[in-house]
Design a protein around this ligand. Structure first.
Ligand code: ADE
Length: 227
């Protein structure tokens, strides 16, 4: 999968070079390109922002450098072009799965008060929000999208890290997990997990998923068929 990220702050994406995503890029399972919008500015000072016609506080990103950054990407027309914005569709695991089916995604990160609306009209297929709060820019939201989507790309996760045994699969939260020692500060690992009885363990996991969801995210149970 190829992901291009258009940003005024390329240095913010260093974390994507580490851990599982960094390894996936080294193995060419994933291609992540960080594109510096400022390099496309035709302004002699490489300026990329200006005052909004409407007046009011803040600056807007000007359309020319963003448009030229899009046009510089080979086959940009075939890619799914996403603008990270609090106005967008709220990111959840279903949307993550949907996005992971794409071969090529371009993520545009806004900054300041956002981008000139004509960029959205001319280039953007979809707007995505990571939650109902406003951040200083789309960089952290873009990183969340890249991280969550990459987990569904074949070869990024180790085989043992199944995406079918985690929170939000079937609209349920994951069961609690324990490692050694058996007793930690007076708390014991549940007996059933030490029993070796796989049927009982599976039953416990299923019950715990429902209990955890009831406790932490009861809203999810309204949309699921397990209860
Ligand atoms: N840019 C600023 N806030 C955002 C949010 N909540 N989601 C996506 N992009 C954003």
């Amino acid at each position: 999968m190829k992901i291009d990220i258009l940003t005024l702050f390329p240095e913010m994406f260093t974390p994507l070079k580490t851990s599982l995503l960094g390894k996936a890029c080294e193995k060419n399972i994933l291609e992540i390109n960080i594109i510096d919008i400022r390099e496309f500015s035709k302004d002699k000072h490489k300026k990329c922002d200006d005052y909004p016609f409407s007046g009011g506080a803040g600056m807007l990103m000007t359309p020319q450098p963003i448009a030229d950054a899009f046009l510089s990407i080979t086959n940009y027309k075939d890619a799914l072009k996403i603008y990270m914005s609090p106005k967008g569709e709220r990111l959840n695991q279903n949307l993550v799965k949907e996005l992971s089916k794409e071969n090529h995604i371009i993520l545009l990160c806004g900054h300041y008060e956002g981008v000139d609306e004509r960029i959205i009209d001319l280039f953007i297929d979809k707007q995505v929000s990571i939650g109902d709060y406003v951040l200083t820019g789309g960089e952290i939201p873009a990183m969340a999208v890249v991280d969550a989507v990459s987990r569904y790309v074949d070869g990024v996760l180790h085989n043992s890290d199944s995406t079918e045994d985690e929170s939000f699969f079937d609209n349920l939260l994951e069961y609690p997990q324990y490692t050694r020692p058996q007793n930690f500060m007076g708390l014991e690992v549940p007996e059933v997990l030490r029993s070796g009885n796989h049927k009982e363990i599976e039953k416990w996991k299923k019950e715990q998923k429902i209990l955890q969801t009831k406790k932490y995210r009861p809203d999810l149970l309204e949309n699921n068929n397990n209860n």
